[in-house]
Design a protein around this ligand. Structure first.
Ligand SMILES: Nc1ncnc2c1ncn2[C@@H]1O[C@H](COP(=O)(O)OP(=O)(O)OP(=O)(O)O)[C@@H](O)[C@H]1O
Length: 624
């Protein structure tokens, strides 16, 4: 394109450039400005350039040369007229430029203005150059400075935009990749945005984010809902708390997740900024710890009432056959029902089954169904959620949960009320249960062993015990033989019991007189081995020499009981004998039940069990 002689009419230049750039912004503006300046001034070439990182070079942002834009280029400043401009000076070489700058061969004139930001920092420069002279015109220079200021502002704005984009990108990366879960949700708990940690913890895919409602992940249990209400209350009050612990269910597989949760309204008021961390592992550990603590407590109670459960003494065929069955059934997970008279060793057998089973390293938990008031049995067995009923202030772990992985021994199963029998049947069938007041089913892996001194089949016939439950429990029936059917075990047991009590009481007793042993073998033992234990303990206390003497007066009960060949005692006469025995012990202890000198201790019964039996047998102190 042929260059015109320079006609520098200030107003027309101003007008042409303003009109040519008015609609442009950003890069377009810079290009428009350079082009229009060249066209309006008739100078062939013009450019806007910015410093590179090195500051010894510049790079063009818009370069107009002989009627067209050149691609972006970079050049070294040294030895060019630009060098001085970038030091902050307006430089005008009206003619003979190449004489001063030999590198710029063929260039006649040059006009350059630095581009500065509001703080005076030099960003780059705007320059025109051509093959024609460019006469000195102060007012033109002034106009030129105005456009340089406008170009600098635009350049600055472009840089800010780039920085903003960069910091937005960084923020997005931070939001997305942060180890803490971030969610933006609307007032209705609908997710607007969620980062990767949130997606991972909640089991949701990025596509599911728009529209998913956070509260839909909270299970419909009283406890979880109460936590949710507390969380909302925190947001309402604006309390900056330590975070609320919430229980959720994962979207993908419904598994429970526990999170510590904080939420705040965004200053714009448009959405909530929520963040949370996954504390499931911690909560599960705390739950396991609570269970262990409860087990520990239970076991400490057990130790207090410690018995020696290791030894089952006896060689009689009846006992051997029983032990043989114990060994066989122990290997399986079958439910076992142990029936037998009181004091025949049913609990001992239940423990032997557990100890010989693969569950032996897990707890054996015992529940005495007779000792529990009927309104508490359910919570005792299955536990309860906070506030499930009056008096239930804390969450309680039930016996089924305590026995997880191990064995639950339900003693005196014949005593549980009918409505509880229905619940128990369901739990044993489905192998899962709910805490009282809870709605979540808890899976269980518990072997159930039950025992009773009642004839449970008679109870079924009398409609006191559910037939379906009876058959569920009675998968493998065992019967502990009464002592009178294993008289040959008496000497062994007496020896064993002597070894147990004599050192404890501090007496040296080596044997039992022949007459005493005969007497012991002729007695009918309505209270079985427990009764034998009591007799021996009492005799040891009273003993004077090394040979133990047990007189007829030391064997309690009616003459009927002492008769070896009397017909098998029926339930009624057994009750009579038990009643008399308890009465005689109570009289000896002056009706004191608890404590070291109490009747319960002497009878080797728990005070609650003794009270229950007294009530059942109609024993009450005269005048009470
Ligand atoms: N074969 C045995 N060898 C040694 N001790 C035994 C034997 N059988 C029972 N005992 C002891 O007799 C006492 C009563 O046993 P256990 O509590 O197991 O009887 P039970 O049938 O469960 O009684 P209850 O029906 O009153 O609950 C315990 O102290 C136990 O250690």
């Amino acid at each position: 394109m042929a260059t015109q002689p320079v006609d520098l009419n200030e107003l027309s230049i101003l007008q042409a450039v303003v009109e040519g750039t008015v609609l442009a912004t950003g890069d377009d503006f810079l290009r428009s400005l350079v082009r229009n300046l060249c066209l309006a001034t008739g100078v062939a070439n013009g450019f806007i350039a910015e410093f590179t990182e090195a500051k010894t070079r510049v790079r063009s942002l818009a370069f107009w040369a002989d009627g067209e834009f050149l691609p972006q280029q970079e050049w070294e400043l040294s030895g060019t007229p630009c060098e001085d401009v970038l030091r902050g000076n307006l430089c005008h070489y009206p003619s003979e430029l190449s004489k001063k700058f030999p590198h710029e061969e063929g260039v006649e004139s040059y006009l350059g203005v630095p581009l500065q930001d509001s703080e005076g920092q030099i960003l780059g420069h705007l320059a025109l150059f051509g093959q024609q002279p460019m006469p000195e015109q102060p007012r033109l220079l002034y106009t030129f400075k105005i456009f340089a200021a406008r170009a600098a502002a635009e350049l600055n704005r472009l840089r800010m935009e780039t920085q903003l984009r960069l910091s937005e990108k960084r923020y997005r990366e931070l939001f997305d990749e942060a180890p803490i879960a971030y969610v933006h949700e609307d007032r209705d708990s609908r997710f607007l945005q969620a980062n990767q940690a949130a997606l991972r913890i909640l089991g949701i895919s990025p596509e599911q984010v728009p529209g998913i409602r956070g509260i839909s992940l909270v299970p419909d249990t009283p406890d979880a809902q109460a936590r949710l209400r507390a969380a909302f209350a925190c947001v309402e009050k604006g309390t900056d708390s330590a975070g609320v612990v919430l229980e959720l269910r994962r979207k993908d597989n419904g598994r429970p997740v526990w999170i510590q949760w904080w939420s705040k309204t965004d200053p714009s008021g448009q959405f909530m900024r929520t963040l949370f961390i996954d504390i499931t592992e911690r909560v599960l550990m705390e739950q396991a710890q609570a269970r262990l603590q409860a087990q520990n407590l239970y076991l400490q109670e057990e130790i207090k009432s410690a018995h020696n459960f290791d030894e089952i003494v006896g060689r009689s065929p009846a006992l051997r056959s029983l032990l043989n069955q114990v060994q066989r059934v122990a290997q399986t997970d079958a439910s076992v029902l142990i029936q037998g008279e009181s004091g025949t060793g049913k609990e001992l057998i239940a423990r032997a089954i557990h100890s010989a089973s693969k569950r032996k390293n897990q707890p054996l938990i015992k529940v005495n169904c007779a000792a529990l008031p009927s309104n508490l049995i359910e919570s005792e067995l299955f536990g309860h959620e906070k506030g499930a009923f009056t008096g239930a202030v804390n969450k309680r772990i039930g016996r089924f949960e305590l026995a997880e992985g191990g064995t639950l021994f339900l003693d005196e199963i014949g005593e549980i009320p009918l409505d509880m029998q229905v619940k128990l049947l369901r739990v044993i069938q489905e192998r899962e249960f709910e805490r009282v007041g809870g709605q979540t089913s808890i899976k269980m892996n518990v072997r159930v062993i039950t025992a009773t001194n009642r004839n449970l089949l008679h109870e079924v016939e009398a409609k006191n015990f559910r037939e379906d439950l009876f058959y569920r429990l009675n998968v493998f029936p065992l019967t502990t033989p009464p002592l009178r059917e294993r008289l040959e075990d008496i000497p062994l047991l007496v020896d064993f019991l002597l070894g147990k009590f004599a050192p404890k009481i501090g007496k040296k007793i080596t044997s039992v007189s022949l007459g005493s042993m005969r007497r012991l073998q002729q007695y009918r033992w309505p209270g079985n081995i427990r009764e034998l234990e009591n007799v021996i303990e009492r005799a040891v206390i009273l003993a004077d020499g090394a040979v133990l003497e047990i007189g007829a007066d030391q064997l309690p009960g009616s003459s009927d009981a002492r008769h070896p060949d009397s017909p098998q005692t029926n339930d009624a006469s057994l009750d009579t004998i038990t009643r008399e025995h308890i009465l005689s012990v109570l009289e000896q202890t002056r009706w004191v039940i608890e404590g070291s000198k109490g009747a319960a201790r002497r009878l080797n019964l728990k005070p609650s069990t003794l009270r229950y039996r007294m009530q059942k047998l109609g024993i009450a102190k005269t005048g009470q």
